[in-house]
Design a protein around this ligand. Structure first.
Ligand code: AMP
Length: 283
């Protein structure tokens, strides 16, 4: 497995692969790899000749008040996982290489970035779209793999690719969960046992919304209320949002039709968790 630490090294590497007409599958991550990330690598392996994983905790996508300094980092464990998954190359860029002192260009997807997560993390998606653009330019992958766990992120990146005519193909992979349904997340390791129980309520709330739709409910506001009812008033966790919206635009849905997404974000102490479920309504 090649370990590439500079932008020059990854450029040279990808140029060689492209010359040999090798298809490159790309999995961008912030490290602290778990089975969710592994599922993306597995999918990339199945689809492309070679797989490159990037590991970079991108400061641009953390608000000053957020956990950039505290974000879990365990490079040797990450490299072991990548080796096990038969990753061909790992790109571990250095901060100063990607963001030299005179760095000043960012990319913003205006509308989609402002809703839901964007309301609570105003600079987050700008950081995501900027780093993803840089990584796509450096790696020039045939296909890039994202998790449904970050559903809004996927839509924002899809819009970025479309608007800027980037030559990139995206694949959305299913959310990997613990046996009880909790979506895997690098931040789960911060949760104390009691907090983990609270975290599980997020998935249960989304499930109750899905069940309501399955039972015939078509009013998004009623579905949202049903989800919120999963949380007792005295519960110490804090809901940022529980929403039922259009799965393509993330706009509110007066009446549920076609593809809807149930989105949720929860704060437990200083830990923030997100999750979602996509629901298709035929009639
Ligand atoms: P991160 O390292 O959190 O930036 O995530 C890197 C990629 O892994 C993103 O495309 C995430 O959506 C994806 N991912 C994170 N958690 C999961 C999960 N539980 N299931 C599937 N994909 C995930």
């Amino acid at each position: 497995m090649r370990i590439l630490r500079t932008t020059q090294a990854i450029r040279t590497w990808q140029y060689r692969q492209k010359k040999n007409k090798t298809s490159i599958g790309f999995v961008p991550t912030m490290g602290a790899l778990h089975d969710g990330h592994r599922s993306l690598i597995t999918q990339a392996r199945k689809t492309c000749d070679i797989v490159v994983v990037s590991i970079f905790v991108n400061p641009l996508q953390f608000d000053p008040s957020e956990d950039f300094g505290r974000y879990p980092r365990d490079l040797s464990k990450d490299l072991t996982i990548c080796r096990k998954e038969k990753t061909d190359a790992v790109f571990i860029p250095q901060l100063e290489d990607l963001y030299p002192h005179d760095f000043q260009t960012t990319i913003t997807v205006n509308k989609l970035s402002k809703q839901w997560e964007g309301e609570y993390r105003p600079t987050h998606f700008q950081g995501v779209t900027t780093i993803v653009t840089k990584l796509l330019n450096l790696i020039q992958p045939s296909q890039t793999f994202f998790g449904q766990k970050d559903y809004q992120q996927f839509l924002v990146i899809r819009q970025l690719i479309k608007d800027l005519e980037l030559d990139a193909k995206l694949t959305l992979c299913p959310t990997i969960r613990e046996a009880d349904g909790l979506a895997l997340s690098s931040r789960n390791q911060y949760l104390l046992p009691a907090q983990r129980q609270q975290a599980l309520l997020l998935y249960q709330a989304l499930l109750s919304g899905k069940q309501a739709i399955k039972n015939g409910e078509r009013r998004a506001t009623v579905v949202e209320k049903r989800m919120a009812a999963t949380f007792k008033a005295e519960h110490p966790s804090h809901i940022d949002y529980l929403a039922c919206c259009d799965a393509r635009t993330l706009e509110p849905l007066p009446r549920i039709q076609g593809k809807a997404v149930l989105l949720g974000a929860l704060r437990i102490g200083t830990i923030r968790l997100i999750d979602n479920l996509v629901v298709s309504v035929r009639e």
